[in-house]
Design a protein around this ligand. Structure first.
Ligand SMILES: C[S@@+](CC[C@H](N)C(=O)[O-])C[C@H]1O[C@@H](n2cnc3c(N)ncnc32)[C@H](O)[C@@H]1O
Length: 427
């Protein structure tokens, strides 16, 4: 007698293989029919091949890789690494890519996850980049930007719906938020990216494993070339010195300016600010261990320096009330979320920065993977623009960091280029 459970499992496996095959053949009509009539649980646009970890998006993009023969003819190994360099394609390859574009577009519309990882630790976009498939890579980046922007907005709504309602205006606002689909108290807000199956870390977090409150009560270890928390997370590392030097020089091109730095760390950027002889130099630092180290090193006695002990969230409103204004502001904290950072530049900078002033930040969001870095550069650019600022980027080559991570829990930088942001009020 047939075993109904095994039969169902075989059907499901066949379904998955059919979906993946149609995706790799860029057969969009077939894919549509399979996805719409699928019996698997969850979104069929996100099924996975157990052997490769490929999703349909991976399969559609990987199928554009030229086969062995074409590589041999061109004298290249198969699986050629282009490292993001656009490639010349034959007309046959170009037509394959164009059919992949249609399939990828369809899959994204069906809710395919942009940052799902295969067993080779690649997202679909990573494969596109590796193969030099610029158009497909850009599609993956744009899908990431859309998903992250919407998630960030929905998180904002979620926070709002948790806040106590104190007056009628706020009640009204709450009502509007509640009207958004899925944002009622009973129904949780739907996740656009299925966090349970998307295996890459949230790209906006400096370090997904640490919260700011845990970090701020953590014991710190100060070494010559690094500052570590009690979990061996790299809070700051000396290899960032060139980035700090260039950031300081961009923000304070001349002496006699007023600067505010949020997050002292190893004092590297503050050292470069001091070299520019600022007329006033405010530093906000929340970790008692860092504050103690600053005092031990005599930072409180340096020219123009005022140390504010505490979190910027508590300090900045007082500085605004006191009417303090700055020509330059730098933000580089640790274990804060993208939402914290966005609050910083949308709510606080405007009350503290002179009309001709400039502000910048350590741009490390998503820096453990090129596609995440590219996604977050676009996300932050949109949010900075919305907050009323223009941003220019300067590319800085990062030296090879091999060996740097010995004794550090997790390498937080794995890409070749740092993009230094410089923000000013919009004209
Ligand atoms: C990455 S380090 C800064 C490195 C610094 N740019 C340098 O050149 O050495 C981050 C610093 O921000 C501090 N920090 C973290 N959260 C903070 C907050 N909410 N307010 C102020 N400082 C904070 C940390 O204690 C740490 O000293």
């Amino acid at each position: 007698m047939a075993d109904p459970v095994t039969d169902l499992e075989i059907d499901v496996d066949l379904d998955i293989q059919e979906i993946l095959l149609a995706a790799s053949q860029h057969d969009t009509p077939k894919l549509r029919q399979l996805i719409r009539s699928n019996v698997t649980s969850g979104n069929p646009a996100n099924v996975k091949d157990p052997e490769t970890g490929y999703s349909p998006l991976h399969a559609a993009i990987a199928a554009c890789e030229p086969d062995d023969d074409e590589h041999v003819k061109k004298g290249e190994p198969n699986g050629v690494q282009t490292n993001g360099e656009p490639q010349q394609h034959t007309s046959e390859q170009e037509s394959t890519i164009q059919s992949a574009v249609l399939t990828v577009k369809f899959l994204l519309q069906e809710g395919a996850i942009w940052n799902d990882l295969d067993l080779n630790d690649e997202t679909p976009g990573c494969i596109a980049r590796r193969l030099g498939l610029t158009e497909l890579y850009e599609m993956a980046v744009d899908a990431g930007v859309r998903a992250e922007l919407l998630l960030n907005r929905l998180e904002g709504y979620e926070q709002l719906s948790d806040e106590e309602i104190e007056d009628e205006d706020e009640k009204q606002e709450q009502q509007e938020v509640g009207d958004a689909p899925g944002a009622t108290e009973e129904e949780p807000i739907p996740q656009l990216v299925d966090a349970a199956t998307a295996t890459t870390a949230p790209t906006g977090d400096a370090n997904p494993n640490v919260t700011n409150s845990r970090y701020l009560t953590s014991d710190l270890t100060f070494q010559q070339d690094r500052l570590l928390d009690q979990d061996q997370n790299g809070v700051m590392m000396a290899w960032e010195s060139e980035i700090m030097a260039k950031s300081a020089k961009q923000l304070l091109p001349t002496s006699g300016l007023r600067v505010l730095n949020v997050g002292h760390g190893m004092g590297i950027v503050d050292g470069f600010f001091q070299e520019q002889s600022p007329s006033s130099h405010h530093i906000i630092e929340a970790h008692p261990g860092v504050v103690a180290e600053m005092k031990r090193k005599g930072w409180h006695e340096k020219p123009g320096v005022q140390i504010h002990e505490g979190r910027w969230q508590d300090i900045l409103p007082n500085l605004v009330t006191q009417g303090e204004m700055f020509d330059a502001i730098y933000y580089d904290t640790f274990a804060e979320s993208y939402a914290d950072f966005r609050e910083f530049f949308t709510e606080q900078v405007i009350g503290l920065l002179e009309q001709e002033g400039k502000w910048s930040f350590f741009n490390g969001m998503g820096a453990d993977r090129q596609i995440s870095y590219d996604v977050y550069q676009k996300v932050v650019e949109i949010d900075i623009f919305e907050a009323g600022f223009d941003v220019e980027w300067e590319a800085i080559t990062v030296p090879t960091l091999e060996g740097e991570w010995n004794g550090v829990r997790r390498p937080y930088w794995r890409i070749d280029e740092y993009r230094l942001p410089l923000c000013k009020y919009m004209d």
